[in-house]
Ligand binder design. Structure first.
Ligand code: HEM
Length: 126
């Protein structure tokens, strides 16, 4: 219906789970991204990111209940994120989003946000 938010309109938990699980599968095999993740088990990072995205798009507020204010720039400060890292992140995310089969409008809306967010989290320019 017209009062549905983005989270509900794209299929709720199932859709966000699918996109983020696929993204982390690609991260696990990515030579640029994998070394940035401090933990050997990517599962907890996957869950934090999934909960954040769900909350951002109008789903449950679990991310902030568990983690507080997102402060994404601060939380990314320990990792060098230059053009190479941003591009690798967006490349994996592009595959994950495309495989989720959203409507073109939803896909474009999600993609515009992710591209903007990835650019805004850069903290190195080489
Ligand atoms: C956490 C890398 C972009 C959201 C992390 C972590 C790394 C990382 C290494 C730590 C993993 C962990 O949680 O233990 C990157 C790189 C990016 C990028 C290389 C490329 C630009 C983004 C974007 C978003 C995002 C665009 C949001 C749309 C998050 C969230 C966390 C996180 C929510 C967990 C924060 C917490 O501790 O609660 N990221 N990230 N990241 N990232 Fe990113």
């Amino acid at each position: 219906t017209s009062t549905e938010n983005f989270y509900e309109a794209v299929g709720g938990y199932e859709t966000f789970h699918k996109i983020v699980a696929r993204f982390y599968e690609l991260v696990a095999d990515d030579p640029v991204l994998r070394p940035l993740y401090p933990e050997e088990d990517l599962g907890p990072a996957e869950e934090r990111f999934r909960l954040f995205l769900m909350q951002y798009w109008g789903g449950p507020h679990t991310y902030s209940d568990q983690r507080g204010h997102p402060r994404l720039r601060m939380r990314h400060a320990p990792f060098v994120i230059g053009p190479v890292e941003r591009d690798a992140w967006l490349r994996c995310m592009r595959v994950a989003v495309d495989e989720a089969d959203l409507s073109p409008q939803h896909r474009d809306q999600l993609w515009a946000y992710l591209e903007m967010a990835a650019n805004s989290l850069m903290n190195a320019w080489v």
